[in-house]
Design a protein around this ligand. Structure first.
Ligand code: UDX
Length: 515
C-alpha cells in the first residue's frame, strides 16, 4: 500500500520506518526541512534503538521523505497523522497541529483516502476531524477518518510496533476497517514474522498479533485510559512505598507478592521518583480534562498527578534532611533522561530533581549516557556541571543520586565509586541495587520504599563487590520470588541506619518486624 505519515517525531518516524519494514511504500512528511534533509541523508534525528538500522534498510527505497504534505497525500491510500498534541491550557490537549494539517490536506482529498489519527488525542477528535476536513474542502464520500492509537515505549518503540500486544483499529465504517486491516496484514497473518530478516521477536509476542476492532471513540478512549491506568499503577505503588518506608517493610517484597496475582500483574510496579516523559504527564491531564468537559469528574487522576509531583519533592527532601543542608553540598546526579535507553528529558523527574537541588544551593555534577545535550538545551540557565564519565561526577561528592534506571549504572564499579566519593552516601531513586549488598560494599544506602541501611564496614575490601552484583542479585531475587522459588539468601545482618541517616528522624518502627 501507499502510505503517508505526517509528522516525523518519535511516533511518526517509528511508524514510518516500521510500515516500510512491513513492506509498504511510505512517505514520511515533516514541516521541518532540516529534519527531512537529515532523514534523506540517512541520519536519525532521534535516539531510538533500531531506527538507524531500518532507515538504512529502507531509506531511498520503500521509504522516502518530503516536506510537501499535499503531494504526498494525493499519492496515498492511507494517511497517518502523527503530529504533536502537546498539553494546552487547563490540561487539555492542544490540537492546533492536527487542525493545521487537516486544513492543508483537505482540498486534495479527491480519491478514496483513509485518514488515520495516530497521535494521542481526546475522545471525539475523529468526529471533529471529519467535520474539519469537510469544512475545508474535502469531498464527502471520498475519505474516511479512523483512529489507530500507538502504544510505543521510547527505547523499544520499533519492537513494540512490529511485535505489539494488540493493534487497536478504531473504525466507524467498512472502508476504514478494511484499509487498516490491510495495513497490518503482514503482522496479523504472521507473514512478517516468518521473514528471515524480520526484527527479532521479544518474548511477549507469540508469532501473530491480535487486531482489536472498535469504534473510533472507543479506540480514542482505550489510548487515554491505558496510559492513565499505567500512571495510576505507578503512583499507587509509590504511595505504598511511602508506607513501606515508614514501617520498615520492603517494597520489592510487597511488589513480588502483589504481582504474583495475575489480576494485578508484576509490570509497572517499580517504585521510584515517579513517571515522566512526553506521554504519561500530559495524557493523565488531558484525560482528566476531556472527561470533565464531558461532565465526568475523575478526581483520582488529579491525585495520581499530585502523588507523582510529590514523589520528586520527597526525594530531594530526604537528601536535604540527611545532609542537614543542600547549600554548598556537592551532589552527583546519575541520570537525566525520563527513563533508561532514551535521550528524552521531557517531564523527566531527574530534571525536576536537579533543578530543585540547585535552587536549594547544591553544586550538582550530572551524568547521563545519552541525555546530556538535551538536558543542556532544556536547562540553559541552571548551574549544573555535566560530565561524560559517571566516576567524574562522583569525585569528591557529598552524596550520589541515581535518577534514571540505566543498565550502565547498575554495572558501575562500586569499589572505584566508593573510593572517589567524599562520603559514601547513595540515594537510589530507581531502586537499582539491593540495600544489603550496598551496605556490605561500604555505602550508606537510601532507596525508595526499602529499609535504609548504613555501611557494614568503613570501606570496600580489596576484593570489593563485583560490579553489578547488587543489580543482578536484585533481579535474581525478584525472579525467584515470582517463580515461587526460594531466593538466594540475603545478608543476614541488616544494620539499620542510625536516626541521623534515616529518611525520617522521628523514632520509627523500623526494627519492629524483627522484634
Ligand atoms: C508510555 C506507554 O508505556 C506507551 O504505551 C505509550 O504509548 C507512551 O507512553 P513511555 O513514555 O515511552 O511509554 O515510557 P514507559 O516505559 O511507559 O515509562 C513511563 C515513565 O514511567 C518513565 O519515567 C518510567 O521511569 C516510569 N515508570 C515506569 C516507573 O516509575 N515505574 C514503573 O514501574 C514503570
Amino acid at each position: 500500500m501507499l502510505i503517508t505519515v505526517i509528522g516525523s517525531g518519535y511516533v511518526g518516524l517509528v511508524s514510518a520506518v516500521c510500515l516500510a519494514e512491513m513492506g509498504h511504500q511510505v512517505i514520511a512528511v515533516d514541516s521541518d526541512k532540516e529534519k527531512i534533509a537529515a532523514l534523506t541523508r540517512g541520519e536519525a534525528p532521534i535516539y531510538e534503538s533500531l531506527v538507524p538500522e531500518l532507515l538504512r534498510r529502507h531509506g531511498g527505497k520503500r521509504l522516502r521523505f518530503s516536506s510537501f504534505p499535499k503531494a504526498a497525500v494525493t499519492a496515498s491510500d492511507v494517511v497517518f497523522l502523527a503530529v504533536g498534541t502537546p498539553q494546552g491550557g487547563n490540561g487539555e490537549a492542544d490540537l492546533s497541529q492536527i487542525e493545521a494539517v487537516a486544513k492543508e490536506i483537505a482540498p486534495v482529498l479527491h480519491r478514496s483516502t483513509l485518514i488515520v489519527e495516530k497521535s494521542t488525542v481526546p475522545v471525539c477528535t475523529c468526529e471533529a476531524l471529519r467535520e474539519l476536513l469537510l469544512h475545508n474542502g474535502a469531498q464527502a464520500g471520498w475519505f474516511s477518518v479512523a483512529s489507530n492509537p500507538e502504544f510505543l515505549r521510547e527505547g523499544s518503540a520499533v519492537t513494540d510496533f512490529l511485535h505489539p500486544d494488540r493493534i487497536v483499529i478504531g473504525a466507524d465504517d467498512e472502508f476504514s476497517r478494511f484499509m487498516l486491516q490491510e495495513v497490518y496484514r503482514p503482522l496479523a497473518s504472521g507473514a512478517y514474522y516468518r521473514r528471515e530478516d524480520a526484527v527479532p521477536c521479544p518474548a511477549r509476542n507469540q508469532g501473530r498479533v491480535r487486531l482489536l476492532v472498535t469504534s473510533a471513540k472507543s479506540a480514542e478512549l482505550i489510548k487515554h485510559a491505558s496510559n492513565a491506568f499505567l500512571a495510576t499503577k505507578i503512583s499507587y505503588i509509590n504511595t505504598v512505598a511511602r508506607l513501606a518506608e515508614e514501617v520498615g517493610a520492603n517494597i520489592d517484597e510487597v511488589c513480588a507478592g502483589m504481582g504474583s496475582d495475575p489480576r494485578i500483574g508484576s509490570e509497572f510496579l517499580r517504585a521510584g521518583v515517579g513517571y515522566g516523559g512526553s506521554c504519561f504527564p500530559k495524557d493523565v491531564a488531558a484525560f482528566e480534562a476531556v472527561a470533565r468537559r464531558c461532565g465526568v469528574d475523575i478526581p483520582l487522576l488529579r491525585e495520581v498527578a499530585r502523588v507523582n509531583e510529590e514523589q520528586r519533592i520527597r526525594f530531594v527532601e530526604k537528601v536535604r534532611r540527611t545532609l542537614g543542608t543542600l547549600r554548598g553540598r556537592r551532589i552527583a546526579a546519575l541520570g537525566l533522561a525520563f527513563k533508561e535507553d532514551t535521550d528524552d528529558v521531557r517531564e523527566s523527574p531527574a530534571i525536576a530533581i536537579v533543578c530543585d537541588l540547585t535552587r536549594q544551593g547544591a553544586l550538582v555534577c550530572a551524568h547521563d549516557p545519552a541525555a546530556i545535550s538535551r538536558a543542556r538545551e532544556a536547562l540553559p540557565n541552571v548551574p549544573i556541571t555535566y560530565t561524560q564519565d559517571p566516576y567524574e561526577a562522583a569525585r569528591g561528592c557529598d552524596a550520589l543520586l541515581i535518577l534514571t534506571a540505566w543498565r550502565q549504572f547498575a554495572g558501575l564499579d562500586l569499589q572505584k565509586l566508593h573510593s572517589l566519593m567524599k562520603a559514601p552516601l547513595i540515594f537510589d531513586g530507581r531502586n537499582l541495587f539491593v540495600p544489603e549488598e550496598m551496605a556490605a560494599a561500604g555505602f550508606v544506602y537510601h532507596s525508595v520504599g526499602r529499609p535504609s541501611l548504613r555501611a557494614e564496614r568503613p570501606a570496600m575490601t580489596p576484593i570489593g563487590l563485583p560490579s553489578a552484583m547488587g543489580y543482578t542479585v536484585a533481579r535474581i531475587a525478584a525472579a525467584a520470588e515470582q517463580a515461587g522459588v526460594e531466593a538466594p539468601a540475603r545478608a543476614a545482618s541488616q544494620s539499620r541506619v542510625p536516626n541521623d541517616y534515616s529518611p525520617r528522624t522521628p523514632q520509627r518502627a523500623t526494627d519492629r518486624p524483627h522484634q
